[in-house]
Design a protein. Structure first.
Length: 65
């Protein structure tokens, strides 16, 4: 199963998919720009909760990607 077909992602996996740093994804999860759920010491982000258009627009505004 490829990365794009998964039902949920870790912060590291989503960072690879978006081509941004893990820290950047973590900050977005912490400020609720990306909806994540705490699982033990890690976060998971469900694919259904990811608004890719919104994330890409935000990244473009900041000059990333």
């Amino acid at each position: 199963m490829g990365l794009k077909e998964k039902d949920f992602y870790t912060i590291t996996e989503l960072a690879k998919l978006l081509k941004i740093s893990r820290v950047s994804v973590f900050k977005r999860v912490k400020r609720d720009s990306i909806k994540g759920q705490k699982m033990g010491q890690n976060f998971i982000i469900f694919r259904k909760d990811i608004d890719m258009k919104k994330i890409v627009e935000e990244l473009k505004k900041k000059g990333v990607g």
